[in-house]
Design a protein around this ligand. Structure first.
Ligand SMILES: [Zn+2]
Ligand SMILES: [Zn+2]
Length: 389
């Protein structure tokens, strides 16, 4: 059995060092003994041995369970049957860093690598280099209130939309007309800058977006006075919107190309006009049908007669038959809402409900009492009765 190694000594910390102190010490030692940081072959070899020991020490001490075992049994605890890889550096070999040089515009520094490896999560290296080609402009949303009738029959509305448009002075390139746009001397026009970093994990080439030109590859010497390099200006545009009959609450009309302008010749976004249909005082909607409820006096329901039915256009007369029960539904064909697909109109459906009078004259009361008694019904005939309340 080999002699127990002094992990605390290797990292230069005391036996009661906190996790934070361990990590700090490890980073310092790892940087100091990183083989790539040494001059000459012999020094590299020597550092490599030490580097592995440091990694081994940290991999044990940074793990609560392993650290407890180590404190009790020393570095040979594995041979006593406690498993777990004290292999240190070897444990990191599974990560393939080779992909990071392939145009992923991410800065990687030592802290990131340590943080990722020891923090468990290894998803932090995502992200793409800034896109610099043509791109579509943003889609815009406009909320429009319309009345129930406007939704039913359709309407035309003019709206003012604030959006980005290509600057009419520089035509979108952001430079003062006549001034020079020169190739960026930092990235030589590629828009990307490659840097090489030595870290404890090896040497990485990282590619990031050029800071000087913002990935454009070109530098504007004199900015456009109107848009100050942006190439776009904010404008309010009047747009006529055709609202088709039959549109319903929450539906949208898309107007192609009326969103923000695109970048670098990319197409403009679209404008979406979303309608909010105001509720109607009388009507409600069910698909392309409209519904309403009409109160009809008791006698008219009983004897039948003409009632007035409000429609979207005008009031129409409708004859209800004798003995109509409260809750009966009637239909007026083609008096509903324009079918948005262009095939005629929906229907108007009205429900009649009985309208019970709340007050009666003495004469009316007398008549109604006689009416009831003709059926053999007992009713309150005195004034303070049901109707007198
Ligand atoms: Zn401009
Ligand atoms: Zn550049």
């Amino acid at each position: 059995m080999a002699d127990s190694k002094d992990y605390y000594g290797l990292l230069g910390v005391s036996k009661d060092a906190t996790d934070e102190e361990l990590k700090k010490a490890y980073r310092q030692m790892a940087k100091k003994y990183h083989p790539d940081a040494q001059q000459g072959e012999a020094a590299k070899k020597e550092a490599e041995v030490k580097f592995k020991e440091i990694n081994e020490a940290y991999s044990v001490l940074s793990d609560k369970t392993k650290r407890a075992q180590y404190d009790r049994f020393g570095s040979n605890f594995e041979q006593a049957g406690f498993g777990g890889g004290a292999g240190g550096y070897g444990g990191f070999g599974g990560f393939d860093f080779s992909g990071f040089g392939n145009g992923m515009g991410v800065d990687i520094d030592l802290d990131d690598i340590l943080g990722s490896v020891f923090g468990g999560g290894f998803g932090g290296f995502g992200g793409k280099a800034k896109k610099t080609g043509p791109s579509k402009g943003a889609d815009l949303r406009y909320n429009m209130n319309i009345t129930f009738e406007e939704a039913a029959f359709g309407t035309k509305k003019e709206i003012n939309v604030s959006k980005n448009e290509i600057c009419d002075v520089c035509h979108g390139n952001g430079a003062k007309p006549g001034s020079n746009v020169v190739t960026c001397d930092m990235c030589h026009g590629s828009g990307k800058v490659q840097t090489t970093q030595n870290t404890i994990m090896g040497t990485f080439a990282t590619v990031k977006t050029c800071e000087k030109c913002g990935g454009e590859g070109k530098v504007i010497t004199e900015p456009c006075e109107k848009c100050n390099k942006r190439g776009t200006i904010r404008k309010t545009k009047k747009i006529e919107v055709n609202i088709p009959g039959g549109i319903d609450n929450g539906q949208a009309i898309s107007i192609h190309g009326e969103g923000d302008c695109g970048k670098k010749g990319g197409p403009a976004g679209d404008l979406f006009v979303v309608v909010n249909v105001e509720p109607h005082k009388i009507f409600t909607r069910r698909g392309f049908d409209i519904l309403e409820t009409i109160s009809v006096p008791f006698a008219k329901l009983t004897l039948g007669g003409i009632i007035k039915v409000p429609t979207l256009e005008e009031e129409v007369e409708y004859t209800i038959p004798e003995g109509t029960q409260t809750g009966t539904k009637f239909k007026l064909r083609e008096k509903g809402i324009q079918n948005i697909h262009g095939r005629g109109r929906g229907n108007l459906e009205f429900t009649v409900i009985v309208d019970i009078p709340k007050k009666l004259t003495d004469e009316q009361r007398e008549i109604l009492t006689q009416f009831a008694s003709s059926f053999g019904d007992e009713v309150n005939s005195k004034k303070k009765g049901f109707f007198g309340r």
